[in-house]
Design a protein around this ligand. Sequence first.
Ligand code: FES
Length: 166
Amino acid sequence: MRTDFSKPAPPSNDKRWKMIDAAMRRYGHKPHALIETLHTVQSVFGYLDDDAFRYVAASLRVPLSKVYGVATFYHFFRLKPKGEHTCVVCTGTACYIKGANQIMKALEDELGLRAGETTPDNKVSLMTARCVGACGLAPVVVMDEEVVGQMTPDKVLERVQAWRES
Ligand code: FES
């Protein structure tokens, strides 16, 4: 009997994860497994979030940065939560050291939100990620599909303000 098999636990008891597992079994060794799996997550949950990324990365044994890269590159993937615009603040180690917390605080104060929430006008959703795989550009914020490096609290607020006024 195999004893070295370590399958990651799904993020919750939600039965839909069984569908994701089945999709991963189906696509597991194919080159497009990652994209196909993310499609399945989106079609059964309606969006992708950090827990889903981690689970898929661990299950398919691909780097988390690659999962983020694919999910933010393709416009048909929707990240949770679902405001018109999404601001993902990377709070991984490299970004943390370079001031991700100040960026996050500036956004929380300005928008009156916590990570995972959307403004009441549905304009802006705020998310965090635990490394988007662009550490050399730290601190990084993904603004919609654009990975913006060397971010500052002032710059991020300016961009968010522009979204809210559009
Ligand atoms: S820690 Fe932010 S990109 Fe890696």
